[in-house]
Design a protein around this ligand. Sequence first.
Ligand code: ADP
Ligand code: ADP
Length: 217
Amino acid sequence: MKLILLGPPGAGKGTQAKQLLGLLGIPQISTGDMLRAAIANETALGMEAKEYMDAGKLVPDEVVVGLVKDRISKSDCSSGFMLDGFPRTVPQAEALESALNEDGKKIDNVVLIDVEDDELVGRITGRRSCGACGAIYHLIFSPPPKEDTCACGAGGLIQRADDNEETVRQRLSAYHQQTAPLVDFYRDRGVLKAIDGTKKTPGEVFNKIKYELQLES
Ligand code: ADP
Ligand code: ADP
């Protein structure tokens, strides 16, 4: 299955992707994670992306499109993949569509997790993740078993540099202006599955996703 997880920052795309991973066994491709890895490795691409990310702006299309095209051509993506945080603009979606078309492939499902802005701000500012295994926590809604320590036992919990209130507002505005048009883009192609994630637990959202994708419950 070739799946896209669409939704505003903090909607729970990463949280749901980790659940789906266990069920579908296809790789999760997070452009945010790839860009953060490039920053950590101090590559030229990472240094360019950092300025945009710190400001809460989208990284230029050609940068992320290049990363994704390269990633989906790897052998572990041959029976499917799950895109988390990509595409985020109509040109990115068009570039993905034509890259897949060249191989006679297409996106099968786009799951939109929609959540109201006011709820997203609290989710993002409370987000913490494990520096070792990448597990996602929330200080209030999904706290770690022991303060500041991941259940994996190997990592301390970190807060992303861009997960502050000021940057979040900018990211939400980028979402509404540049990413929200993808809802119609994928509805027109008959692959959109929209889920209302406002005031729903991660478990409730996961059940809705399984229902929409007709996966066993
Ligand atoms: P995204 O990948 O869409 O930016 P995440 O999966 O990282 O979102 O989730 C953002 C934050 O919200 C995390 O701290 C996560 O623990 C929390 N979270 C995820 N889903 C829910 C939910 N349904 N209700 C409350 N908090 C949630
Ligand atoms: P979130 O879901 O919380 O917004 P991500 O980890 O998906 O977080 O993205 C973090 C940042 O990385 C974005 O604000 C943006 O600057 C950059 N980014 C990630 N994916 C893309 C993309 N597809 N296009 C442009 N910029 C991206």
